[in-house]
Design a protein around this ligand. Structure first.
Ligand code: NAD
Length: 433
């Protein structure tokens, strides 16, 4: 099939590359010319494990193309994916300007019956709005399908090629058949394709993200309680998670959720509910807990030092989670801004996010080439992102490098008892001090 994908971000680039990998002829489109030029040379603008190799392979096989010419790419395509950003807009609503703008351009570019797919995360009713925007600009037949994406950054290829499920929202038999064919290679392991109406598909994506955010905040509230009553949240987590009805996923106490999806999607779902006269109180609480949690390491540090001005701190990990360079809404940003705002100095290290971090902090922090360099002469160390390479550092070397051996472990990576035996003052999340 001939496929066009509009938007070459984390979702569009991964989706386009994976469709090319399954044999289709894919053209990825972006308004960002620099991105397109780089991609044509095989340079990937984001860090995503395995993606570069797959892009190279499909570029070489001429199944994958990049262009800024939407008209030329969409015209001959049978399926067009809209995978542009849907950032937080006014009063928490998803800002649909990029989606609707793309839809209008698609309408003008159509040359025959085409399936237009909303891949971006969009609120209930957007398929209707996209339909209207396309219809205003074309005489050709088309169907708009809602096909939300569930991939995780850091494991995006694996998630796309072997999804837990594929959700396809359409009332058109013709579109359903085409979408079923397109996804067939990815569901050979018996993962279901769930066909449903577009509104249910749109809501499914928000419901899933809001549920995951709720689990995180729930566990963070349990962790806060553990600190006050002298219990260990890690033990509670294991005790809870071993119940099959609960499971272990997304129950890790930490410093709050971030990234480009959970914060904005929770807000957008609350806005959708508000628009139809429903206050989603549970999600308001999820957000409040998350806001507190993002500040909790700084709170602990201020309590420990009294004053952090003129002190120097190491920050291990900048990305919002391991295996990505994405720093959108990352807890590291709030922590580092908090420290800098209180007059502290920051020496940070992240295996892949340094370049991205420079856009946030410029020369206000020191970017260390290794985690040990970051720890040199510091008054304390904040572990913010649980990259594997931070899990088993040489503790003696670390202690020797630090001016004072204090660890604020935002991901409960270290064993508190061992850290204390090794001579560190240790603060974790919910670890019953
Ligand atoms: P992104 O910001 O990384 O990329 C969006 C791209 O779209 C940008 O490169 C931008 O230049 C381009 N663009 C905007 N308007 C355009 C237009 N008219 N024509 C062509 N290109 C255009 O976004 P992302 O992280 O890939 O997310 C895209 C959507 O997928 C969002 O709705 C997001 O919520 C959703 N989503 C993201 C993830 C994730 O992990 N990042 C997972 C699932 C769903």
């Amino acid at each position: 099939m001939k496929i066009a994908v509009i938007g070459t971000g984390y979702v569009g680039l991964v989706a386009g590359t994976c469709f090319a990998e399954s044999g289709h002829d894919v053209t990825c489109i972006d308004v960002d010319l620099k991105k397109i030029e780089a991609l044509k040379r095989g340079q990937i603008p984001i860090y995503e494990p395995g993606l570069e190799e797959l892009v190279h392979r499909n570029l070489a096989a001429r199944r994958l193309h990049f262009t800024d010419d939407l008209n030329a790419a969409v015209g001959p395509s049978q399926v067009v994916f809209i995978a542009v950003g849907t950032p937080e807009g006014e009063t928490g609503r998803a800002d649909l300007q990029y989606v609707l703008n793309a839809a209008e351009q698609v309408g003008r570019a159509l040359r025959h019956y085409t399936v237009i797919v909303d891949k971006s995360t969009v609120p209930v009713g957007t398929a209707d709005r996209v339909s209207a925007a396309v219809a205003r600009n074309t005489q050709y037949e088309f169907d708009v399908v809602s096909n939300p994406e569930f991939l995780k950054e850091g494991a995006a290829l694996e998630d796309f090629l072997k999804p837990d499920r594929v959700v396809i929202g359409t009332n058109s038999e013709r579109a359903r058949k085409i979408m079923g064919e397109l996804y067939a290679p990815f569901v050979r392991t018996e993962s279901p394709i769930l066909f449903m109406d577009p509104r249910s598909a749109e809501l499914t994506k928000y419901a899933a993200n809001a549920m995951l955010a709720t689990r995180i905040s729930f566990m963070n509230d349990i962790a806060a309680l553990c600190e006050r009553v002298g219990a260990d949240a890690e033990m509670v987590r294991k005790g809870m998670g071993s119940d099959k009805r609960i499971g272990y996923s997304f129950l890790y106490p930490g410093i709050g959720y971030g990234g480009s999806c959970f914060p904005k999607d929770v807000k957008a779902l609350m806005a959708t509910a508000r628009d139809v006269g429903l206050e989603f109180d549970l999600l308001r609480a999820v957000e409040n807990t998350n806001a507190r949690q993002k500040r909790c390491l700084l709170t602990k540090a201020l309590k420990h030092y009294g004053d952090v001005s003129n002190r120097t701190f190491a920050v291990w990990g900048l990305a919002f989670k391991p295996k990505t360079d994405d720093m959108r809404e990352a807890p590291s940003v709030e922590l580092i801004e908090g420290l800098l705002g209180k007059g502290a100095r920051v020496q940070c290290h992240d295996p892949v996010a340094t370049e991205v971090a420079q856009r946030y902090f410029g020369d206000r922090v020191l970017y260390a080439p290794t985690c040990y360099d970051a720890a040199e002469g510091v008054d304390g160390l904040f572990l913010v992102t649980e990259w594997n390479e931070f899990r088993h550092p040489d503790m003696n070397r670390l202690k020797a490098l630090m001016k004072s051996p204090v660890i604020f472990d935002g991901r409960n990576v270290f064993d508190p008892r061992r850290a204390r035996e090794e001579g560190f003052t240790y603060f974790g999340i919910g670890r019953g001090q």
